[in-house]
Design a protein around this ligand. Structure first.
Ligand code: PLV
Length: 342
């Protein structure tokens, strides 16, 4: 008999509601990539956040925030490009709290079903994340729901910082990365990684922070010397599509305490990266993650080494494989058709 996807949650509700004592995220594998190491000329380690139960790193911070703020809530409301929503829906299901996830129409439709499978109510509002966020804030006010930001809260950053603590313990004493490579949307992951690096005494490790052109709110702000709001999101990496980076991420990008190297790749480079990653590592990730991977495949890391901004033979390169649920083979083919025409 064919089991309808939507029946799964009804058939397998959590047996007990999660308490604050246990993390909702898992300790993810740290894998050495021989193929990437060959390209970069130094060891490359992949922190496989795609294997989190919600499909991305987001569950670290959002799970932590929900556990701290929402255990007695009548419900949470989260605005999202997709993956923060997946994390919030997963956390809420585990905590036996209702979840409403507000996404823009630009989020791939396959995410809607995945959110519903987590038991969430889904609302599609506006064209980009900023529109959906305005609705989530309104619902929080009018319905008395707990608002969950996808990236802008100290508890989210504290939760995300565990990605570095874990990587440090997997690498073992005496091994320190030469650089950390990650993607930037609203900047929550960047803030968490900065805090994690500080926690383990690695504040001098540079962070290569990658966005796609058309979702480059951090880079635009770094160039302008002040926080700027993009006119629109024109990148296909919709999960990087916040028009304004969060204040804390912008401050870290200017801080003398840490080194944040802000870089931009094209959508085509991000797509090519996720295809190469699928071929070589046999893992499918979304465009938002392809942005960081493109730094390896497009030669950006080499360029930074040549410019002396990242040491040529430093410790290993640590890549945060942020993952993402907004991708399947059909979506990949759609993206290919769209971007190859441009
Ligand atoms: N995505 C957020 C914000 O979207 C969301 O709602 O899901 N990699 C993946 C796979 C992501 O989903 C995101 C953020 C990022 C990277 C960037 O993380 P951030 O927002 O903390 O910089 C609008």
């Amino acid at each position: 008999m064919h089991l309808e996807q939507r029946d799964v949650v009804r058939i397998f509700p959590p047996t007990t509601c999660s308490t604050m004592d246990e993390h909702l995220h898992v300790n993810t594998p740290l894998l050495e990539s021989v193929a990437m190491s060959k390209r970069v000329g130094t060891a490359v380690y992949l922190k496989m956040e795609n294997s989190q139960p919600s499909g991305s790193f987001k569950i670290r911070g959002i799970g932590h925030l929900c556990q701290q703020l929402a255990s007695t809530s009548k419900g949470i409301v989260c605005s999202s490009g997709g993956n923060a929503g997946m994390a919030a829906a997963y956390a809420a299901r585990k905590m036996c709290v209702p979840a409403t996830i507000v996404i823009p129409s630009s989020t791939p439709h396959l995410v809607v079903q995945r959110l519903r499978d987590q038991g969430a109510t889904v609302k599609i509002v506006g064209k980009i994340w900023d529109d959906a966020n305005a609705e989530a804030l309104r619902l929080a006010q009018t319905e008395g729901l707990t608002y969950v930001s996808p990236f802008d809260h100290p508890l989210i950053w504290q939760g995300h910082s565990s990605v570095i603590t874990e990587a440090a313990s997997s690498l073992g004493p005496g091994v320190k990365p030469g650089a950390v490579l990650l993607s930037v949307g609203g900047g929550g992951l960047l803030c968490g990684v900065v805090q994690g690096l500080k926690n383990v005494g690695w504040a001098d490790v540079p962070i290569i922070a990658v966005e796609t052109a058309g979702a480059d709110c951090l880079n635009a702000s770094v160039k302008a010397g002040r926080r700027v709001t993009l006119d629109d999101i024109t990148s296909e990496a919709k999960c990087l599509g916040a028009k304004t980076v969060c204040q804390q991420a912008f401050e870290y990008s200017r801080s003398k305490e840490v080194t944040v190297i802000s870089e931009v790749v094209t959508d085509r480079q991000a797509l090519h990266a996720l295809e190469t990653f699928l071929d070589e590592e046999r893992v499918l990730v979304e465009m938002a993650c392809g942005a960081a991977l493109a730094a390896v495949y497009s030669g950006l890391v080499h360029r930074l080494q040549a410019e002396g901004r990242v040491a040529a033979h430093p410790g290993p390169l640590l890549v945060i494989v942020c993952g993402g649920s907004g991708i399947d083979l059909e979506q990949l083919f759609l993206l290919k058709r769209k971007l190859e025409k441009e």
